[in-house]
Each structure stands twice: as C-alpha cells, then as structure tokens.
Write a protein that binds this ligand. Sequence first.
Ligand SMILES: [Zn+2]
Length: 722
Amino acid sequence: MVERIFPFGATYIAGGDFPPKEDAKKDLEKMKKLGFTVFRTWVSRSSIEQKAGVYDFSEIEEFLNVANDVGIKCVLTVDAGLPPDITCEEIGEGIIGVNTKIGKPYPHFQPCFDNPHVRRGTAEYLTALSSHFKNHPALYCWISWNEPHITYSDIACYCEYSVEKFRKWLNAKYGGLEGVNTAWNERFKSFSEVYPPNRPLRSWGKYKPWLDWRAFCDDNLAEWVGFVSNALKKGDPNHPTHTNLLFHQILYNQPAVGADTWKMAKAVDSLGVSIYLWTQGGGDFPWCFSQIVDTVRSAAESEGKEAWVTELQGGPTIWAHSKSVTPSPKQIELWAWQTVARGGKGLIYWLWRPRIGNVHSGWENNEFGLVSKDGELRPRAEAAGKACRTITKNADLFLNARPNAKIAILQSQTCKNAAASEIPDETIFHPYEGQRRYYTQSQLGAYKILWEEKIPCDFINPPSIAAGMLNRYKVLIMPFTYMLDEPSANAIKNFVRKGGCVIADFGCAMKDEYGAVHITSPGFGLDEVFGAYSYDIETPDDDESLKVKIKPVIEGSIFEANLPLYAFREILKPYDKAKVIGEFINGEPAIVENHFGGGKTVLVGTLMFQSYLLKGGGWRTFVKKLLHSCGVKSPVDVENVPSTLWCNIEIGFLEHEDGKTEVVVLLNHNREDLDLNIRMQNVYSVIDLETGKELSLERKDENTYLKMMIKGKSARILKAEK
Ligand SMILES: [Zn+2]
C-alpha cells in the first residue's frame, strides 16, 4: 500500500495543448518547492494504444520519472477512451434525446460505454497500464473517471445497448417480465417490447417507469466507473482509485447526468468533486462550497472512505464558463482551509499552468492558471503553498480528525430524480434562482441554517437510513421529503422510539418512493411518530406568517415569533397527545410537536427551509431552539460580532481519533477584519497551527474563552487539547 499523505497540489499537463514538455521538470520543481505533495495529470489511451492491444507507455513513464526525480507524487487520471480500430459505424448513435429520438453524437469525450464496441479491449488496456506502473515510486493514485456523467440536460442514452441493459436491470429487479408488467401496469409479451420512458413527469410521464429509468441511469454510471476501477485494480492492487463528480450534480440537482453520490462512493476508494462555484455556480456563496464538500464527505464516509476537492478554480476565467473572475490569493487560501474545515482529505487546484494550444483547448485557453502562462509564480500559488505547508506539517492531525456530526440532513436521490423531472427549474446552476424549486432549495435552506449556526452536520440517504446508520445521530432533518420508502420510514420510527429527534416540514412522506400518495401522511405509519397528519393544502398570502411559541426545556426565555410561510399552508391535524406549538393566522395547527417512545418530533406545515433560504426571518432561531432542546448545539460559540457578519463566520470542528485533540478552523468569509470572543468547552490548551504558538486562555467552569483577531477573507487554524 502507498504511504498516506494529504494530497495537495494542482493539475499539470505537459505537451499538446498545454505548456511544452521541456518545461515539465522546471514546473514540477516549483510545485515541490511550494510544498505541494501531488500534481494531477492525464494519461490518454489514444497516445498509448495506437494499434489494438499494442501499448507504448514510454511517454507517460518519462513524465513519471521526472516527477520521481523532483520528489512529487502523481495523481494519474485515466480515460477509458476508444479502441484504436473502432469505426464510426460501431460507435453508432450513442446518446439520443428524449424528445427528438434523433441520433446525436456525444458531446463530451466519451461515447456510450454500454456499447460493447466502445469497451473493446478497454479492460485489457487499463490493466496493462496499471500493471506497468504499479511499482512506480511517483504514482500516488488513479483517477478512474473524470467528472462522470451521461449528459448535462434532461436526456439519457437510448441506444440499443443501453436499452438492452435497462431490460436486464428490470428483469433482475422485478424477477421477470410478469413482475415488470405488474409494477408498470403493462401487458408486454416479451422484453423486446419494453423501452425506457421518454416522457418526463412534467409531460405526464408515469412515475414508476420514469423513476426506474433514472435509478438505472444512476446504477449504470456507477457501473461504468466501477468497471474502470476494477480493471485498474486488477493490474495494480496497491494504489487506490478515485473519481471526481461535478459539483452541480450534488448541489443543484442534476440527476439527468446519472450521478448518485452514494452509489458513486461504492465504485472507488475515495470520492472527489470538481467545484467551480464562482464561474459556474452562481457566485460567491461560501455555504454552498461547504454543502458540496459535506455531501461528498458524507457519502464517502458511509462507505468508510474519504473525500477530496479534486478540482478547484486556481486562476482567471475569461470566457469560461458563465462569469469572468479570478480568485484572489486570500480566496485561494480560504478555500483550502474550507476544504479542511469540512473534513476534506485532499485538494487539487485546476490548473497549474493554463492551456495554450488550439487543438482541443476550446474556450478555456489561457484560463484557470494558478501561475502565469509562462510558469512564473503568482501570489495565488504562494497562498496555496502556504496552506499546503501548514497541512503537511500537521498531516497526522488533519488526516485523522473528522467532523463528528450529531445531525443528519436526509438527501434522497429518488426525490431529486423526481423533482428534476417534475420541474426543470430544479436543476438551475444558482442557489436562489428558479420557480417552485421546492426540493433543491429546501436542501439548500436546511444546510444554510446549520452552517450559519456553526453546527456540524452530515447528509444521509434513505438506503443508509434503512441500513441503520441513523444510530450515530441525535437529530434527523427532513427537508421537503415528499417521497420515502417503507424500510426508511420504519428505521426513522425506530430512531425516534430509541430517543432520536426528527424535524420535518411540508409534504413529509406524502408519497411512497414511486409517487403513490398516502391517504394518511406522513405515510408508512410516520403520522403516529409525528403525532399528526396532513389534512389539507392551502395557498397563503405572499407576506403571510405563522405564529410559533416554544417554551424552553431547561433554561432561557420563551421563544415567540412570526415566521414567514413559503408556498403552502399545510393544515395539520394533531393526535391526542401531540402539542400544537405553531398556528396559522386562521388559528389552524401549523406546527406540531410530539413525543414518541424516547424521542421527539416536530412537523411544520410549510416549506420552512426554503422559506429561510428565500425570505430569511426567524426560522434559523426556531431550528436552533429545537436543536438545543434535543441536546445539540455548536461546539464553538463566536461572540461579540454584529449578526450580519456573524452569519458569514464559518467554523470547522474536527475531532481527532485520539479522543482528546480537536481541530478548530475559523473562517471569516466577510471582507472586514474582526475581533472575536470564542467560547469552547473543556479545553485546556490551544495552539495556533500557523505560528505554532500557544494562545492565552481564560477558563471559567467548563468554558474556555479565547480572544482573537481574524482578518477579512482569512482563516485561523487552531489545535485544541481537551
Ligand atoms: Zn447507450
């Protein structure tokens, strides 16, 4: 096995459209001098296998030898590529649109991988490649697939091979044609009559065939990536595999691309993500960055694996993608610490030097460089190097400490797949845009509340819930969880019975996982758990609010507020022992609190998380109060800051596996320098990891107080001992 390091570096490709190969040694030496532990590069099948089954590894070997001479490790991205002797006829129609049914050539690197002609000799090529380099001292890991996706829009592959594979998938799922006929309410006489649906839900497509088709696409893409990983593992069992998802697959609900974060985590040894929030994702929303990393980390950790930020904007954009913007050196450093703060275990900027050629480069030419186009260091690179050196100096600490969240936010691929098909707005690349974008914006709003309150959280998906993984949490949050399966509902019931808390809002489990409506919802018996059922849905006025009143459990004052509704007024009917803690203006029940077994639930009859995202208001305080009553609060309090600035102070809190060391990453996303009063618990020493100096503390009872200055757009990284 390879030695464990914190992979930190930039993508560097030499030759072709990139800087000349003669510069490679000089460029790699500059990275090494900065402290970078890795660089990422590509190995292209077309250059190695020019004749089928005949491989020439000399070019990439020469490059790896240079890396070894310099003393920097290589993260090697492979492409499954195409067999050198493939014909256009064999490639065939590839991807076909839902509406057009007319063949289109695949737009981005890879024709349909279900086509056996496309896969011809691919496993053999990959195994020969990995076997050749398995003992190379410069190799750190393989990236099996860069940014796996099927398409960017609401289409998928309908070629004969994908259709055939879908039929086999249905056969296995439903145990034969009769099972499919029953499930889909059809009368197919043979599987040759079965086709994937081409009508999304918004065009009266049927739920079950559509959701089967999307689930198949998710499985299928994971199979593609797993196929490459397995072929690499066969030749090289020593080095781990990795894949990096696109951030908008995760944050902005792009299920059409066929990527289920949790399924993908099973296909590789570590999971990563490409993040371009500024140029592609709507702008500077620091909590979005954290949400992406927390999601990828949660999915990876559910498989006992780690997460990286595998691509991150390193320099200017001119034309690509939707905004021209260069991150400042401070921002480059801040992103590095944000990655660490969310528990990321690797970071690679895109790029070291920009593309300069004109063959494949397209619109990203002369863009994204962390250094200038001639390879000279810029302050951006120096800033990245500074963060990297602090991480490397404390590698054991950063590699073995992780967020130990007590709250999980439920994220359902079924809801995502359905929502994106119900309304295309669900997939917009911007957190605040879109109409009736209930699912995505509920997820965003729920996370934003916890992020601002500085409370660590994980994401959990229904299969993990059904597998009993809720046990590690105290609280489950269910933002607009309008579809849910029975095993997950049962697991949630058990979770509450054993003392867990659940907070849910509008539409909770109103449908099963295939879209059938429960007459009594929350369905599958969850009405009993929530102590209420959904009675009717009405439209509130634009500025309408509900009145809430919560009494404190232990200490403090009564919380009373008017909280803004969003989109719906869901009239709840409480059961006998439940308590109404919020009312609509007409006096009907809006929020119901219930005790079930040893646990507690709160059901809110409007889209409270989306309301918080779009309207703000008191929902954040309301959720905080509920969490306090469930015994969950931020491990670090920040005091003495105006509330608008306070919201943009982020705290990463990582617990080392030794049980007594904590890493606290304080991030100031404001432009203003701030003097902070920090309160932690049961801490007796704090060291500033950048200076190595111990900070002076004031202790009172179990509280430890710390005063410190934090510059605008900067981080402070502390090691605390309990
Ligand atoms: Zn296909």
